[in-house]
Design a protein around this ligand. Structure first.
Ligand code: FRU
Length: 536
């Protein structure tokens, strides 16, 4: 008995020292960043230091949005993966927390998801409170190096203290790699009410596999989707997300399926395609019109810019809120490891809200920046209705830096025959970034070819202008833009076309102009807001 209790005390001490060390490391880390380094995003989430890729385990619980993320705490290039952790009460301001999950003997902790197990189906709950359960891929580098194919399996862990500390399930892995798939990862769990069970979507080579479970521990294979549809490329499908969503303005529910792909994106490298259909608890079936639009080789994209990857949605957002919220990794595997930042590397996109609408072309998603971002608005500058021929310089008029700004613009395309219109940011070094719309081609575009430093990736980062077709036919063209030191996010036509793009000017942009070139004078009006920093 005495032996047992001293063992217990010793164990507690070890855990205590470990937690203290984690907390100390975090404090140290935060002290090492001023959050004002060159190119550091000022209103996007980025890790205090070192490497970050995909957002993981996004879940809402007791007033907090959790953002876990692929993290390598020892370097600013990709390495043995951990789950970094941050929380926010408003999706805008983030608090860094200690690392949530560390690699173990079963492998690195690759991407995955988290849910609240409200009915304690797993039995991991404590004191009448539901556990937070995470499911992730265990990537076994030793097996991989030894030439085995079954090095990716799925594991789970749970937390009884709002995601602060985690216990890995002793029965891991919970889904073995039965078919020797080299790419078998990124489990995204959802509770399916119609069949009253958990379903997990897993990227399995060239398709998505679905598994079902009553307790999050024992899983059985349900079905596969996708070999015959959408964009496939030399790379694997990654980071799926299956979720129900109402068709805007109706009582109808559809199921959305995000599938990330790398490479194969519309402008090269990594991107998120999506599918709309139904899910009967077992099988995902494409909506017939949607199926016709995505034969093998053709994709419909969530974001057509180069820098939004691994987008997945938050789980357990309260019904009273009702939104389907998501964020992505604001980078691209073509150059993510070499972008010219110090201290930390990479950031998340702005959090977005998804709406499913029925258009002439069939069901499509609209993505909008979350309304909480309005809190960050500082000074503003109205652009009263005016005609632009050539350009309209706003730099003096603003009275704040455009390098951190939000623009809401409406162009009337009535006479836009061949007009090239948009917004240009520039600096005294002659570097400039342009984002806009080319009416002759009916395309939005992002031009970072002269935006600053791209020597870190001479053949990938800025060799071409990135384009996206316009789908809306409205005569009014709405551009909703966010610029944050090193990134642009365009939500055009109420989110029907979205482009997220990085740039690295050698000096922050301090000039901004609107332009309408090569056609008739164009009516425009709008507002520009200064955006405040989220870091103290
Ligand atoms: C996507 C991805 C995932 C994987 C993770 C590894 O960016 O390749 O498929 O789980 O990153 O960090």
């Amino acid at each position: 008995m005495a032996k047992n209790s001293s063992f217990f005390v010793l164990t507690l001490c070890v855990i205590g020292v470990f937690l203290y060390a984690c907390q100390e490391k975090l404090v140290e880390t935060q002290a090492r960043t001023t959050n004002t380094e060159q190119h550091r995003p000022q209103f996007h989430f980025s890790p205090a230091e070192h490497w970050m890729n995909d957002p993981n385990g996004m879940v809402y619980y007791e007033g907090e949005y959790h953002l876990f993320y692929q993290h390598y705490p020892d370097s600013s290039v990709w390495g043995p993966m951990h789950w970094g952790h941050a929380v926010s009460t408003d999706l805008v301001h983030w608090e860094h927390l200690p690392i949530a999950l560390y690699p173990d003997s079963l492998g690195f902790i690759f991407s995955g998801s988290a849910v609240i197990d409200w009915n304690n189906t797993s039995g991991f709950g404590k004191d009448g409170k539901p556990p937070m359960v995470a499911m992730f891929t265990l990537h076994n580098r030793i097996k991989e190096k030894a030439g085995q194919n079954d090095f990716e399996t799925q594991g789970i862990a749970y937390s009884n203290d709002r995601g602060r500390t985690w216990t890995k399930f002793s029965g891991n892995p919970v889904i073995a790699n039965m078919n020797n798939e080299r790419d078998f990862r990124d489990p995204k769990v959802v509770w399916v009410e119609s069949s009253k069970q958990w379903v997990v979507a897993i990227a399995t080579g060239n398709h998505i596999g679905f598994w079902g479970s009553s307790d999050l521990k024992k899983w059985s294979h349900l079905s596969d989707f996708g070999e015959e549809y959408g964009v496939h490329s030399a790379g694997a499908w990654e980071c799926p997300d299956l979720f129900p969503i109402n068709v805007d303005g109706t009582g109808e529910t559809k199921w959305g399926l995000f599938v990330n792909i790398n490479p194969g994106g519309p402008n090269g490298g990594s991107a998120t395609q999506y599918f709309i259909g139904s899910f009967d608890g077992k099988t995902f079936t494409l909506d017939p019109d949607f199926a016709a639009d995505v034969p093998k080789g053709r994709g419909i994209w969530l974001d057509e810019g180069k820098d939004n990857y691994a987008s997945v949605t938050w789980s357990d957002v309260p019904k009273s809120d009702g939104r389907r919220l998501f964020t992505g990794w604001m980078s691209n595997w073509e150059y993510a490891n070499v972008v010219p930042t110090t201290v930390w590397r990479n950031a998340s996109t702005l959090p977005r809200s998804l709406t499913l609408v029925k258009t002439e072309a069939g069901y499509r998603f609209l993505s909008q920046p979350v309304k909480e971002l309005e809190k960050l608005r500082g000074k503003s500058c109205e652009i009263p209705a005016t005609q632009i021929s050539g350009s309209l310089d706003l730099s003096e008029k603003l009275g704040f830096t455009p390098s951190r700004s939000e623009l809401i613009l409406e162009f009337d395309l009535i006479n836009a025959d061949g007009t090239n219109l948009g917004v240009e940011l520039s600096n005294s070094k002659g570097e400039y970034y342009r984002i806009g719309y080319n009416s002759a081609k009916n395309q939005f575009y992002s031009d970072r070819t002269k935006a600053g430093n791209h020597s870190f990736s001479p053949d990938k980062f800025a060799t071409s202008i990135h384009v996206a077709p316009r789908v809306s036919r409205d005569q009014t063209l709405r551009l909703h833009l966010f610029f944050d030191v090193a990134s642009a996010e365009l939500f055009a036509d109420n989110g029907a076309t979205v482009m997220t793009e990085l740039y690295f000017p050698s000096e922050e942009y301090n000039q901004v102009k609107l332009f309408a070139e090569g056609g008739n004078p164009l009516p425009v009006k709008g507002t520009v807001y200064q955006i405040q920093r989220i870091w103290k």
